[in-house]
Design a protein around this ligand. Structure first.
Ligand SMILES: C[S@@+](CC[C@H](N)C(=O)[O-])C[C@H]1O[C@@H](n2cnc3c(N)ncnc32)[C@H](O)[C@@H]1O
Length: 211
């Protein structure tokens, strides 16, 4: 997926599925050790991260996931119909992928017995987030060079407040301005090895007893 107006891709050109699996599932979801887990995604886009999280959660019958996704510009249906992630990942779950997209916005929708999805159409800069609620955050906005206004201390502080203690946020950017904004918001930063085509990624942990 490429946005000509921004000259920006939705995912790595080295492979969208591989990138999402590495960053959001590998460094994010797989590090969660207690359920139910409340996950926040900033930038729902193609629903790939939600789909991969759903599939991963099915590997553990105790895994209960409540997934909240924020998206300012939902994809049009004709574009969603062109996405072939189930064909590449798990054809048997095509209906799940379609349901993730057809699910009503703003409401909590049950996708399966142990997976709920709440998609919120809004701008993260003015989104109202619950306090002390999310255990895991996928920060997947367009890059800090394209949307610098989303990678700020103000936004990260707001997300920090919505997270529980010892929870963490994962993102693909390791840019200095991003790391500094995350630290200023209260996070501890780890740089982890990235997927092919990307040297490092960031995991930011909420420290206990701060703010
Ligand atoms: C890198 S793409 C997300 C990729 C997505 N996670 C996926 O798996 O397809 C960035 C997304 O952020 C959304 N976005 C851009 N500005 C936003 C804003 N201010 N608030 C919320 N979402 C925004 C874009 O519309 C786009 O879907």
């Amino acid at each position: 997926m490429f946005v000509p107006e921004l000259n920006e891709h939705y995912h790595s050109i080295h492979g969208a599925i591989q990138e999402s699996m590495h960053i959001f599932i590998g460094a994010g979801y797989k590090e969660v050790n207690s359920f139910p887990v409340n996950i926040l995604e900033v930038g729902y886009g193609t629903g790939l991260n939600a789909f991969l999280t759903f599939l991963e959660s099915k590997k553990d019958r105790n895994a209960e996931v409540n997934y909240t996704a924020i998206e300012k510009y939902p994809l049009q249906n004709d574009i969603v119909h062109l996405l072939n992630y189930p064909g590449q990942i798990n054809r048997n779950k095509t209906i799940v992928f379609q349901t993730l997209h057809s699910a009503s916005w703003e409401k909590k929708v049950r996708i399966s017995e142990k997976f709920t999805l709440r998609k919120i159409q809004c701008d993260i800069t003015c989104a109202l987030l619950p306090d002390n609620f999310f255990e895991l955050v996928y920060f997947d906005a367009f890059g800090p060079d394209i949307q610098p206004e989303l990678w700020t201390e103000y936004i990260f502080r707001k997300i920090y407040k919505s997270m529980t203690n010892k929870s963490f946020l994962v993102t693909y950017s390791v840019k200095g301005t991003v790391t500094r904004a995350l630290k200023a918001a209260g996070f501890s930063i780890e740089k982890l090895p990235g997927p092919p085509g990307k040297r490092e990624i960031t995991r930011a942990t909420k420290k206990e007893n701060r703010r």
